[in-house]
Design a protein around this ligand. Structure first.
Ligand code: FE2
Length: 332
């Protein structure tokens, strides 16, 4: 059984450690073998939510969708992993599983893979693993008309480099699919988006994990990550020009003030422009320890008003139309 790395751990007391779980995996009628705890604020105490062996009611399910995060005791992690493993098998066997649940299982699997990838970025195995993640996302998008809506709904609220990479991949694939890119191009775009920030694994963690604004010298160091990512991608065997360009140029700006190459306008490739838009959207609309989450509406408004010299506005407009089309805007 795959052990979940504990990337989100909050100590309530010296004796009890809680681990955040993927709340979207829980459904009406599920009987869990572990207690659930909730919190509406990352820093507030956990409160008891549901006792083990109590079936989840429809009221519980509605509440689960509304609360910010769900936790279990760290000591219950093996039981939780068994629960997830059964779910993964059920999803693989059963076509009737609702798309929301399928999307949650897929997101969770991707999260475990990305977590490992950021720990060992130069493993050659990272290429087939990323392909597998992207392939599953693309197949899901094409298998169900509600897939994009479900996948965007479950994107993580908090900012972690590995969940940010998955979110940007999901947004880029959704936008690419809305722009009617063909499936092969979509898979390449997905790879580029999934790996776009892999270079952050080479930046000092005190900088990548810093809560608050970076100093000028820290920002200079951070600005190396697209080139680091490009080098790592080459090292693990990626040769596709469009994938490499997307990784290297996702921080280029239309007016030439981006980095690392100061490219302008359409000399920034389509992949890099798509990833650039999705990167900014996710970075602004997820919660970080030093800032509140912005709503989708506020984020898109800010992007439209203040980033017209940086981002491709045709793509921002397409992103807005896509969200309105799927009625996602109001549900986020
Ligand atoms: Fe980046």
């Amino acid at each position: 059984m795959k052990q979940v790395r504990i990337s989100r751990r909050y100590d309530e007391t010296p004796h009890e450690v809680y681990v955040e779980i993927e709340k979207w995996l829980l459904d009406i009628g599920d009987i869990l073998t572990f207690d659930l705890f909730s919190t509406d604020d990352k820093f507030s105490d956990k409160s008891f939510f549901l006792a083990q062996n109590t079936p989840i009611s429809s009221n519980d399910k509605t509440e689960i969708e509304q609360i910010r995060s769900l936790y279990i005791r760290q000591s219950d992690l093996p039981s939780y992993n068994r629960f997830v493993d059964k779910l993964v098998q059920a999803v693989a066997r059963n076509e009737q599983i609702p798309i929301t649940k399928k999307a949650a299982v897929i997101y969770r699997q991707a999260s475990v893979i990305l977590d490992e990838m950021f720990e060992n970025p130069e493993e050659l195995e990272n290429v087939p693993k990323s392909k597998q993640v992207v392939n599953t996302f693309v197949n899901t998008i094409f298998s169900d008309t509600h897939a994009i809506e479900s996948m965007i709904k479950i994107t993580a609220y908090d900012y972690y480099t590995h969940t940010h990479s998955i979110n940007v991949c999901i947004y880029s694939l959704s936008l690419g699919s809305y722009l009617k890119l063909d499936p092969i191009t979509l898979e390449e775009l997905g790879m580029s988006a999934l790996l776009h920030d892999l270079g952050k694994s080479r930046v000092n963690p005190n900088i990548t994990n810093k809560k608050g604004r970076l100093t000028d010298s820290e920002f200079e160091e951070m600005k190396h990550h697209p080139l680091y990512g490009y080098t790592i991608a080459l090292k693990i065997g990626i040769r596709d020009r469009s994938i490499l360009d997307g990784i290297r140029h996702h921080h280029e700006k239309l007016d030439g003030n981006g980095y690392p190459d100061g490219l302008m306008g359409k000399s920034i490739t389509l992949f890099a422009r798509i990833i650039g838009v999705c990167d900014v959207f996710d970075a602004l609309s997820t919660q970080r320890s030093y800032k509140d989450k912005m709503s989708s509406y506020e984020t898109l408004r800010l992007m439209k008003i203040s980033m017209q010299h940086h981002l491709d506005m045709e793509l921002v407009d397409a992103f807005i139309r896509m969200q309105q089309h799927d009625a996602i805007l109001t549900s986020l």
